[in-house]
Design a protein around this ligand. Structure first.
Ligand code: PRP
Ligand code: URA
Length: 208
């Protein structure tokens, strides 16, 4: 499956502001939402549609709408929550599941602490949301969890990725489509992305 890296001036512009250590929490949250909204146009390109009949003021016509209960978004808590509204702004009917994961601060190994998924998720296209794809451990574990629940069609959408994380996800889950708005240089010794934007969860929720 191809990895799509967005190369668009408007996204680059927003990411430059997002990265700055001087960007305050409110603006940071708004930017995460806006970038997610723009990325969603591409991530939803293969969304299943169904035929509907619409009466315009002039005549009746056949149209297409996104099929009922066909798409679920699944933010990886905490930081993935910041992306949910961005998708809901363009597709408010997306069902939402939640997977809670935190990285051990010493080892960067992810630990799952919560999971609640919509009924029938195995028959939906699922888009996992997390602004940061660093080692790829959290993404890979969340994808494996969805596969264990029978989900067959999975995409992963992150705002900032890096070669290490993209490689891990592509190798462990070659069937998963990966969307990142930018691919950064590398990880530092603490498994933070460089140049990155710091800790996405802390910046979204003001916890530091
Ligand atoms: C961050 C981020 C990802 C993960 C990425 O979450 O939101 O979930 O790290 O790193 P990885 O690719 O190396 O797994 P964190 O574990 O810090 O939890 P938080 O969202 O609660 O802050
Ligand atoms: N999680 C973050 O929030 N930022 C990083 O750079 C890496 C993991």
């Amino acid at each position: 499956m191809p990895v799509m890296v967005f190369d668009h001036p408007l996204i680059k512009h927003k990411i430059a502001i997002l990265r700055s250590k001087d960007t305050p929490m409110k603006e940071f949250r708004e930017l995460v939402e806006e970038i997610t909204l723009v990325m969603s146009y591409e991530a939803f390109k293969d969304a299943p549609t169904q035929k509907v009949t619409v009466e315009t003021p002039l005549e009746t016509c056949e149209q297409e709408m996104v099929a009922e209960r066909s798409i679920a978004i699944v933010p990886i808590l905490r930081a993935g929550l910041g992306m949910v509204n961005g998708v809901h702004k363009i597709f408010p009917n997306a069902r939402v599941g939640h997977i809670g994961m935190y990285r051990d601060e010493e080892t960067a190994i992810p630990h799952e602490y919560y999971c609640k998924l919509p009924e029938g998720i195995e028959n939906m296209s699922v888009i996992l949301l997390d602004p940061m794809l660093a080692t790829g451990g959290s993404a890979c574990d969340a994808i494996a969890l969805l596969k264990n629940r029978g989900v067959k069609n999975i995409s992963f959408m992150a705002i900032i990725g890096c070669p290490e994380g993209i490689k891990k996800v592509s190798e462990e889950h070659p069937d998963v489509k990966v969307f990142v708005s930018t691919c950064d240089r590398c990880l530092n010794e603490n498994c933070y992305i460089l140049p990155g934007l710091g800790d996405a969860g802390d910046r979204l929720f003001g916890t530091k």
